[in-house]
Write a protein that binds this ligand. Structure first.
Ligand code: MD3
Ligand code: FE
Length: 200
C-alpha cells in the first residue's frame, strides 16, 4: 500500500479493499435509513450541494444560526451509533485509545462540491480527523493554514483513507468536483465520504 504525504496529510491510496468498501457501504445504508440524509443551509442562506447525516454522540449541522455539532438529527431522532466496521478503520489507521464521537457522512451527487474551508467546530485540534472515500472519484484540494496562497490537488478514489493530524489539522481543504459515474461501487453513482472526528 502506498501513502502519499501532501502538506502534512497522510493519503493512503487503496487502504480498503473492494470487499471492505462494499461492507462499509452496507452499514452506511443502514445508517441513512435510521438518520436520513439532509441538505444543510450555509449560514449565508444557500443550501450546500452535499447531502449529509451523522452517526455517534454528535452530528454536524449548519443553518442560518451557524455551523455546529448537535446531539440529535434535525428531524429529532438520536444519531445512530458509529458502526463497528467504521470504528475499526479509525483504530487501524490512528492506533489511538480514544474512539471518535462523530462520523459525518457526506454524499456527493452529480455536480456537488465543497468549497475550501477549515474544520474548526471541534474542541481540541490535537485529535486527528480520518476521512474515508467511497464511490466516485473526488478532486480534493489542499490549501494552507490561512486563506489564500497556492493549493495542491489530488484525486481521491474509492477505498482511499486520509489522516489529517498535527499541523495539517487546520489546513484549508475542499472537494472541487467529482467524476460522476467513475466507480461501480454505488449502483446509482455518486461519492460518499466519511469523516471521523473527536468533537469534545
Ligand atoms: C483536513 N469533507 O466533511 S475529507 C468535511 O471529501 C470535508 O467530503 C471532504 O472536508 C469530503 O469537512 C474532505 C478530508 C478532510 C476532512 C476533514 C479535515 C480533510 C480535513 C479536517 C481537517 C483538515
Ligand atoms: Fe472539512
Amino acid at each position: 500500500m502506498t501513502c502519499l504525504e501532501m502538506r502534512g496529510f497522510q493519503i493512503w491510496k487503496g487502504y480498503l479493499d473492494v470487499a471492505t468498501q462494499e461492507a462499509v457501504v452496507a452499514v452506511v445504508r443502514q445508517l441513512v435509513l435510521a438518520a436520513p440524509l439532509f441538505q444543510p443551509d450555509t449560514p449565508y442562506g444557500r443550501p450546500m450541494s452535499v447531502r449529509m447525516t451523522s452517526a455517534g454522540s454528535f452530528g454536524w449541522h449548519s443553518d442560518q444560526r451557524g455551523y455546529r455539532y448537535i446531539s440529535r438529527h434535525p428531524d429529532g431522532m438520536e444519531w445512530p451509533a458509529i458502526p463497528k466496521k467504521i470504528l475499526a478503520i479509525w483504530d487501524r489507521v490512528t492506533r489511538l485509545e480514544r474512539p471518535p464521537d462523530c462520523c459525518l457522512v457526506n454524499w456527493y451527487g452529480e455536480g456537488a462540491r465543497m468549497g475550501l474551508h477549515q474544520d474548526r467546530d471541534e474542541a481540541d485540534f490535537s485529535w486527528p480527523v480520518v476521512s474515508v472515500s467511497l464511490g466516485d472519484d473526488g478532486l480534493f484540494r489542499i490549501g494552507n493554514r490561512t486563506r489564500g496562497g497556492k493549493t495542491e490537488s489530488v484525486w481521491l478514489a474509492s477505498g482511499d483513507v486520509v489522516v489529517m493530524g498535527g499541523d495539517a489539522r487546520l489546513t484549508y481543504h475542499g472537494i472541487d468536483r467529482i467524476r460522476f459515474g467513475s466507480s461501480r461501487l454505488l449502483s446509482r453513482g455518486g461519492r460518499l465520504n466519511l469523516t471521523l472526528r473527536v468533537v469534545t
